[in-house]
Design a binder for this molecule. Structure first.
Ligand SMILES: *Cc1c(COP(=O)(O)O)cnc(C)c1O
Length: 799
């Protein structure tokens, strides 16, 4: 959009004076943020309405991305950038004497997601609007986001993430006219109506009201505004008598209270299922309502609608869609099923079996009696169809939806949809040859790959202003709209002056982070050191512990020989552990105690520092990632489906230190072997160990004195204050045979780290590697990923 500084200042002051009744000089950063956000809303409202009207008028096909998580982080700067008014606003603020950075930091991260999966969903919203495709999000408006992490005495402490604060979410709009009701519990039986059609009669069910809150998703430079619809739950007035106590009301509010309820108990599991069904049913009901307004035949709903199932959480969708088409719309089974399969598509995000949801059949039947009946019918018909196709009975048994008294949600998503995709090449291969092998044999045509991507605008333009300016200076600003122009940087890879400028820009980012580290932890770090960063959720398969083993190895090297020739290192961690994940929490404690040990040991002469930054989240990632020299992507090969932080680091010039896992493989293909450091077993070597059952971590430990010394540090008092946690980790590695092969990969990891040390000594060479990483990171723009989803899965058109 077009906006002059004068017009902006006029609009901004109007809102500040009239709505907030304050003067600029007296306003707090939070008030200025609110005012600015309201000003932006004024600008986007007409675009938003126009977009909606045009889509209705043109009867365009719309894709709905169903996800139980969306993790956008802060929205202010992205919205300004995408509207094309970021510079105007900054100039206007300069004139008012207002600090833009302080205002932007007053916004609370919208953290309605755990990590990569939710972040991807948020990225896709931005890319859908930017590419101009009609793609809308559907999720839950959680009252509390992912917990806020504090570190106390080295331990993770979880506090509620009260992201609404006292002001609520300035970006959202409540849509009362679009409320729908969702039924759970009770009994259902079928009764013939006058035409002899069997219809369900509900008894004693509970009715919830789903209230939508819409959050605008603004495209970059195209004035397109799409919609992210988040559902909240309320008690319908006409059913008030069903909820006579505060306790009963609270139980309802719990449905949208927290992102990931503790599901170790029966009640917790039930709540999680209700959450999933609630957002899925509400979303699908709205879709059918608006489709019906168009007056087109319901048998062809898939020509105007795609529903994407992001991981298994919304995987009840095919059954719920069937219910709506059969019971509410009166379609025959065959027509309803055909429309459902062609509407639905599913992304698998992990091969870890604990993440493929299964529901106890009794629990499911209790919460969703009618959907349960439909699932049984889908299952029966599936078995009959497959038998008729001559499929091996054992394969049918493996792939059916209801077995061993459990409902297999991934199976429902695959059988009830037309597309199944993995999120990186290797991951999709693993799905085909291992995890979903039987399905691949039955439906090879459903399988496809869509490698994840990232929003270059957030991770480069916003997060690294100085690097962006340097790129502008070299190749012009075209890359800001066409990211593929970044490749022009390759022309400068032998230009000494440019390389030294790139080095300086990285040093600037490191200095910004060093200041933050000092302020937030008190630890002093030198920007001359290598900033070696691992930030991501804490999980055993991601192997933060392997990183820690290497740190302890360096510690012992330096204790033996304080004059060891090494480039100083700062190891930086950021990670939240799931509240019930004991092992992960112990690793956090160990990292923090090793940090205490090494940061306070004068004999190490500052060569080794360890920093754990608490409360890792999108806004902190924006500060940390541009400052990284080394990007640690060290999961056990085959376990990280894709990863996306690996792409963010690459884009701001870190060198990736990685196993051949997930998208690391595709990063290597882009940058070439000389511009990445690879170590460890590959997927085949890992699978060979599984096949032969021959891994013996104790043997590795006993044969390797370096490993022995490092692992013994956990239990021999070297690290203070870790009696229990140290013993626990020791047990995991030695007694429980080191599930993720840390000890097997250790030697190769150490060698790779020594290579990093050597490479970094040649500043020019390092800067060249860094430049090649930045220049080829265009490959991972989520704008292109979305183009592929839109063309190959959803069959969408732009205007
Ligand atoms: C990108 C991102 C992730 C995903 O990181 P991975 O290393 O790919 O697991 C998680 N959390 C936040 C806050 C992110 O920005």
């Amino acid at each position: 959009m077009e906006l002059t500084k004068e017009q902006f200042l006029h609009d901004f002051k109007d809102i500040l004076h009239e709505e907030q009744l304050i003067k600029v000089e007296d306003a707090t950063s939070a008030e200025l943020f609110q005012t600015l956000a309201r000003t932006i809303r004024k600008y986007i409202t007409p675009m938003w309405l126009e977009r909606r009207n045009k889509l209705v008028e043109d009867k365009q096909k719309i894709a709905y991305y169903f996800s139980i998580e969306f993790l956008p982080g802060r929205m202010l700067e992205t919205n300004l950038l995408n509207l094309g008014i970021l510079d105007v606003v900054k100039e206007g603020f300069d004139e008012l004497g207002v600090d833009f950075t302080a205002v932007k930091q007053a916004e609370y991260d919208m953290a309605l997601g755990n990590g990569g999966l939710g972040r991807l969903a948020a990225a896709f919203m931005d890319s859908l609007a930017t590419t101009g495709y009609p793609g809308f999000g559907n999720g839950i408006r959680y009252r509390y986001g992912l917990f806020k992490q504090k570190i106390v005495d080295g331990y993770q402490v979880e506090l509620p993430d009260d992201w609404f604060g006292s002001l609520g979410n300035v970006w959202e709009t409540r849509k009362d006219h679009d409320v729908v009701d969702v039924k759970i519990f009770g009994n259902v039986y079928l009764q013939a109506n006058k035409e002899g059609r069997m219809l369900p009669i509900y008894e004693n069910s509970q009715t919830l009201r789903a209230v939508p809150y819409d959050v605008p998703q603004i495209g970059f430079g195209n004035d397109v505004v799409n919609n992210l619809r988040l559902w909240d739950v309320e008690i319908p007035e006409e059913y008030e008598l069903d909820y006579p106590t505060i306790e009963a009301r609270r139980k309802v509010q719990d449905i949208t209270a927290i992102l990931y309820p503790d599901d170790s108990s029966y009640e917790g599991k039930e709540l999680r299922l209700i959450q999933e069904y609630f957002m899925t049913s509400a979303g699908l009901q709205t879709i059918i309502k608006s489709y019906r307004k168009q007056g087109l035949p319901l048998e062809q709903v898939h020509e105007k609608v795609s529903v994407h199932i992001n991981d298994t959480h919304p995987a009840v969708a095919p059954a719920e869609f069937m219910r709506l088409l059969l019971d509410d719309c009166g379609l025959e089974w065959a027509d309803a099923w055909n429309a459902t399969v062609q509407t639905m598509s599913y992304t698998n995000h992990t091969i870890l079996s604990e993440a493929l949801e299964r529901w106890d059949a009794e629990l499911f039947k209790n919460v969703l009696p009618r959907v349960y009946q439909i699932i049984l019918e889908i299952d029966n018909r599936y078995i009959a169809d497959m038998a008729a196709r001559g499929i091996d009975p054992q394969v049918i048994e493996h792939t059916r939806i209801v077995k061993d008294n459990q409902i297999h949600m991934a199976h429902l998503a695959i059988i009830g949809g037309h597309s199944v995709n993995g999120v990186a090449k290797l991951h999709t291969e693993l799905l085909k040859e291992d995890t979903l092998r039987d399905f691949y044999a039955i439906y090879p045509e459903k399988f496809n790959n869509k490698t994840n991507g990232i929003i270059q605008r957030r991770w480069l333009q916003i997060a690294d202003g100085p690097l962006s300016n340097e790129i502008d200076y070299l190749i012009g600003k075209g890359w800001r709209t066409n990211i593929h122009e970044l490749r022009k940087l390759l022309d400068y890879k032998n230009d000494q002056h440019v390389l030294s400028e790139f080095y300086n820009v990285k040093q600037e980012a490191k200095a910004r982070l060093a200041t933050f580290i000092k302020e937030s932890t008190g630890v002093e770090v030198s920007t001359e050191a290598i900033f070696d960063v691992q930030v991501k959720r804490l999980h055993a398969y991601k192997r933060q512990l392997l990183n820690l083993l290497h740190i302890l190895k360096l510690y012992w090297d330096l204790k033996d020989n304080p004059d060891k020739d090494m480039v100083p290192r700062v190891f930086i961690f950021g990670a939240k552990a799931a509240p019930g994940y004991h092992f992960a929490k112990s690793v956090i404690k160990l990292i923090n105690e090793v940090a205490n040990l090494v940061n306070n040991d004068e004999s190490l002469q500052g060569k080794l520092k360890v920093v754990f930054l608490e409360n890792y989240r999108v806004s902190l990632a924006e500060l940390i990632i541009p400052a990284a020299d080394v990007s640690e992507q060290i999961s056990l090969a085959s376990k990280e489906a894709s990863g996306t932080s690996n792409m963010k680091f690459m884009m701001t010039g870190a060198i990736t230190l990685a196993t051949l896992d997930g998208a690391n493989i595709e990063i290597k293909d882009e940058v070439g072997d000389d511009n990445i450091v690879i170590f460890g077993m590959n997927k085949n070597e890992v699978y060979d160990h599984y096949a032969r059952h021959d891994y013996d971590s104790r043997g590795v430990y006993e044969d390797n004195p370096v490993i022995r010394r490092v692992v013994d540090s956990f239990v021999n008092g070297t690290i203070p204050n870790v009696r229990n946690e140290g013993a626990e980790i020791y047990e995991a590695l030695i007694t429980h045979n080191d599930e993720y092969f840390l000890l097997e990969d250790f030697a190769s990891y150490v060698a790779a780290q020594e290579k990093i040390d050597q490479l970094y000594r040649d500043k020019e060479k390092w800067a060249r590697m860094s430049l090649v990483n930045i220049a080829t990171s265009d490959k991972f723009t989520s704008d292109d990923t979305i183009e592929q989803y839109a063309k190959e899965i959803w069959n969408l058109k732009k205007d």
